[in-house]
Each structure stands twice: as structure tokens, then as C-alpha cells.
Design a protein around this ligand. Structure first.
Ligand SMILES: [Zn+2]
Ligand SMILES: [Zn+2]
Length: 358
């Protein structure tokens, strides 16, 4: 039997409806080891990162609604304390430190799964969206989908790599940008952006960071960005970026912004053959790129959605080797509502990680 004792109840942050305030309770039931289905596991969380997606999910911003009541959160790191009876061939064992990411489960057998696009699985389950996520002390996951955390990577460091890190890492990886190429990162000082700067630098790219304010500028320049454009101070953002990139424009842009205009601008500041990676999920927005210039500049526009299990392992491995460091503030679960508010106002530099053991 398990060497871990699993309590009956736990602390959890619950969204009961999209209009109700977030509620933190300490008597939410924990799924007991004997109730786990084969293939399921129970993870006792150390930490959980907070992502903008959690805010969107809790407000019902997207065309697809979240389950209700909902426990949000999809950047959890903790230890496996139980595995469902009759689980065959588990790649993880009791006591292993693992991560819970946005894609909680995929069938591994539909066409997207077979092609390595398991994040677009036709039968996928999403942490903190279609299944309860990591804003609770225990979370149910699947042995085939938890992500092993490298030993020398701290749980709080690893948390935001599981969503923010994987998302930007994969987008840069698929942007076709090669060593020495220019990449534009709008929102470079934010949660995704500051990780994107470091992954881009680790991959040998030259970074043009776009964001606003002295604090964000100082952070991105310290992380290795070569050029800085303040979108509030510039008179002509496109011109400034083209000038910063040898007068030809950038080779790639990874746009994580919630603002649709940021996507249209990219087509204008990319050079011939440039690649626009569409990553952000603005609520109910269309992409309006200039068709004429998209064609004559041979621009590629590619969507990129989090990452698969392999992308997650690669992103964590790069962080474990010290190439990428998440800037985060550790807070208790009770600070989640205030964190949502600050996120909504764009006031968070880096990332917020919740200590689930408090
Ligand atoms: Zn996320
Ligand atoms: Zn599938």
C-alpha cells in the first residue's frame, strides 16, 4: 500500500459561476486512492503557477465554456501520492515529482494525436477548464500525461515552464528562425514574454523586445534582448522594429498579446519570408492581416497551441540546464483573486506562483 496518507478534504479555490467571486474553501473533497480509475494518479501539489488563461476561463471569455463549478490552474508541480489500482505499465511511480500542464489528457489515438498534435486531441481534457485543475492541494491526473520534473529544477521554478514556458518554446521552435535571425517578442516583459526572451537567446536568436515601462525594459535587457521598443512611447512601432533589424524587418515574431492589433502589425514589420507565430488567445478577436503584403512578402502565419509531451520535456530540460529562469513571486492560494485583478490590469512583471502547501 501507499506510504502516503491522503486526507479527506483540502484547500481549493473554486469558481461557482462566471459572475461570482472566486471562493477559497478548506473542505473540498479529495478523490481517495481507492476511487482512482486505472491510469489515473493523485498528485499532492507543492505549487501552482497562475496563467492569464485561468482568468479567461473563470470569466467565460471564450467561445467554449469551462466546466462549472471549476477549480482552475494548469501549472502544478507536486508528488504522486497514489496511482489507480490495475494501472498497467505506468511510466511514473509513487513519490515521483511531476508537473500538470494545460493538456491534462489526450487519447493518443485520434489523427491529431497520431501526428504529434496531442494538444489538439479530439478527445482532450484540459486542466482547470474541462477537468479540475491545480488551484487545490491535490489534483487527479493521468500517469501517461504528467510531466516528469528534472531533479535539479525547483518546483516553483518549474511551474510556469509547464504552460508559459512550453507555449513560447514551441512557438519559437516552429517559427523556423535560425541562429542569428531577428525575432520580435511583443509583451516581452510579461509572464510568457520574459521566458520567450530567454528561450530565443538560448536558441541563438537576436531579440527585439516590445513592451512598456522601465521595469520591464530593465528585465528584458538583463535577459539578453538586443533591442527595445516601448509601444507607448514610439511614434511608429513598425518603423522602429524595421530600423532595429538591419532595415529589412524581423525574420519571425511570436505574438502572445491579447490585443488583436499586435498581430496585424507583425505582417508589416516582418521581412520577406518572415513567420508570424500566433499564440495569444484574445477574447473573440479576428486576425486582420493585410492580404496584399502577406502574399508579396511570402509571410507565413502559423497558429501554435501550448505544446505536446515532448515539447514540455524539452522546455523543462532547457530550464534545468540554467538557460531559462522564471521570474516569479510566491504567494499563498488566498492571493489568487488579487492576482487575477492585477493580471487583468497588465500589472504583473514575470509570473505569480502559488504555494499550495501553506
Ligand atoms: Zn497557461
Ligand atoms: Zn487524441
Amino acid at each position: 500500500m501507499s506510504q502516503f496518507t491522503v486526507p479527506k478534504t483540502q484547500k481549493a479555490a473554486i469558481v461557482e459561476s462566471t459572475s461570482a467571486p472566486l471562493k477559497v474553501v478548506d473542505n473540498f473533497p479529495v478523490k481517495q486512492p481507492e476511487d482512482l480509475a486505472p491510469g489515473e494518479c493523485l498528485v499532492q501539489l507543492d505549487v501552482s503557477g497562475v496563467c492569464h488563461t485561468d482568468l479567461h476561463a473563470s470569466k467565460g471569455d471564450w467561445p467554449i465554456p469551462a466546466k462549472l463549478p471549476l477549480i482552475g490552474g494548469h501549472e502544478g508541480v507536486g508528488r504522486i501520492v497514489a496511482i489507480g489500482a490495475h494501472t498497467q505499465g505506468s511510466p511514473v511511480k509513487l513519490g515521483d515529482r511531476v508537473g500538470i500542464k494545460w493538456l491534462a489528457y489526450s487519447c493518443l489515438d485520434c489523427e491529431p494525436c497520431r501526428k504529434g498534435l496531442e494538444q489538439s486531441c479530439l478527445n482532450g481534457k484540459y486542466s482547470g477548464f474541462t477537468v479540475d485543475g491545480t488551484f487545490s492541494q491535490y489534483v487527479v491526473s493521468w500517469v501517461t500525461h504528467v510531466t516528469p520534473i528534472p531533479e535539479n529544477l525547483d518546483s516553483a521554478e518549474a511551474a510556469s515552464i509547464l504552460c508559459a514556458g512550453v507555449t513560447v518554446y514551441r512557438a519559437i521552435k516552429y517559427s523556423k528562425a535560425k541562429i542569428g535571425d531577428w525575432i520580435v517578442l511583443p509583451g516581452a516583459g510579461g509572464g510568457l514574454g520574459h521566458l520567450a526572451v530567454q528561450y530565443a537567446v538560448a536558441m541563438g536568436l537576436r531579440v527585439v523586445a516590445v513592451d512598456t515601462g522601465a521595469e520591464k525594459k530593465a528585465l528584458v535587457m538583463k535577459l539578453g534582448a538586443e533591442k527595445w521598443v516601448d509601444f507607448k512611447e514610439t511614434k511608429d512601432l513598425v518603423k522602429d522594429i524595421v530600423d532595429a533589424t538591419d532595415g529589412y524587418g524581423a525574420h519571425a515574431a511570436v505574438v502572445t498579446a491579447a490585443n488583436p492589433a499586435a498581430y496585424a502589425q507583425a505582417v508589416d514589420y516582418l521581412r520577406m519570408g518572415g513567420v508570424l507565430m500566433v499564440v495569444g488567445l484574445p477574447a473573440r478577436a479576428n486576425l486582420s492581416a493585410d492580404i496584399f503584403f502577406t502574399v508579396i512578402k511570402s509571410i507565413s502565419i502559423l497558429g501554435s497551441y501550448v505544446g505536446n509531451r515532448q515539447d514540455a520535456r524539452e522546455a523543462l530540460d532547457i530550464a534545468a540546464r540554467g538557460k531559462v529562469k522564471c521570474y516569479y513571486e510566491l504567494k499563498p492560494l488566498s492571493a489568487l483573486a488579487d492576482t487575477y485583478e492585477a493580471l487583468g490590469e497588465g500589472k504583473i512583471v514575470g509570473r505569480v506562483v502559488l504555494n499550495m502547501k501553506e
